[in-house]
Write a protein that binds this ligand. Structure first.
Ligand SMILES: [Zn+2]
Length: 75
């Protein structure tokens, strides 16, 4: 396992409808599998309110074993 391509620890999405946070149903690992297309135009079902919500880099964070992240670190 290269340090340059760390495994994904968690992916969290913040629902734009209810504000709830839930694990992304789209799980990608390692880090190299993330690219800009992954973070755009995604729609996922919120496990908190059951509604469909958009998922992009503003309301999404993926954290990696090396301490890095992709997305919004405030989540
Ligand atoms: Zn929701």
């Amino acid at each position: 396992m290269s340090n340059l391509d760390p495994e994904t620890l968690s992916i969290t999405v913040k629902c734009l409808k209810c504000g709830g946070k839930f694990p992304s149903p789209i799980f990608m690992s390692p880090k190299s599998t993330f690219d800009s297309s992954v973070l755009e135009n995604n729609v996922v079902q919120c496990t908190v309110c059951g509604q469909m919500t958009g998922c992009d880099k503003e309301n999404f964070v993926a954290r990696f074993k090396d301490g890095g992240f992709v997305g919004n670190d405030a989540l």
